[in-house]
Design a protein around this ligand. Sequence first.
Ligand code: PAF
Length: 282
Amino acid sequence: MQVCQTNQQVSDLVSTWRLAGKSVAFVPTMGGLHQGHLSLVEQAKQQADNVIVSIFVNPTQFGENEDFEQYPNTLKEDLKQLEALQVAGVFTPDAQQMYPDGFSTNIKAGHLAEGLCGEKRPGYFDGVVQIVHRLFEIISPDIAIFGQKDYQQLLVIKQMVSEYSLPIKILSADIVREADGLAMSTRNQYLSAKERTEAAHLYRILVQLKQDVLSNKTVDSAILNAEQSLAKHFKIDYLSVLDANTLSATTDNTTKIAILCAVFLGSTRLIDNIIFHPKQTT
Ligand code: PAF
């Protein structure tokens, strides 16, 4: 496994693979790797000859009062896990590599970034598309894989790739959950033992909401029920039931529904979602 710290090293590495006729799948991360990330890597391995993983905690996607300073740094452990998975390359740039003095490329997130996390975390998706575009430019992968837990991020990145006509195929991987249903996240390690037990209610309530939507309750009344249940355990940041393709209100033409939710448990923000097909009426 080659570990590259500079843009030059990583683009040279990918060039040697290209010369050898190898295809390249890319998994961007911010480190703090858990089973969810490793499942992205497993999927990447099935999609291409060589897999490259980046580890960079991107400052431009954190708001002023967010957890940039305390974001877990587990680089040594992360590298061990990636080595065990026989990843071909890891890119661990510093901020100077990603944003050299005078860096001025201005990539903006499209309209899919407007609501939900985009509304609650102003500037967040602009930061995400900025770094993902930058990494794509340096690495030029054939394929890149993102987790479905960040469902809005996935759509925003697909929109960016389409609008900038980047020749990169974007794939997603299912959410990996703990035994009690909590979606795996690097931020789960912020939870106290008591909060960790409480956190399991989130997925349980979203599953109930899905059942309510499928059993022909109106979306509004199903959401109201779920909000009441959530409020017993969490401070709700948002809860929405939307068309999963457009992130706007569902219509008779909706083919995929997204339940999307963000809550606070103490100072930790958890997000989760369920994507499903509406009930067939015929
Ligand atoms: O999902 C993440 O971990 C980050 O938003 C990403 C895609 C690595 C960009 O920093």
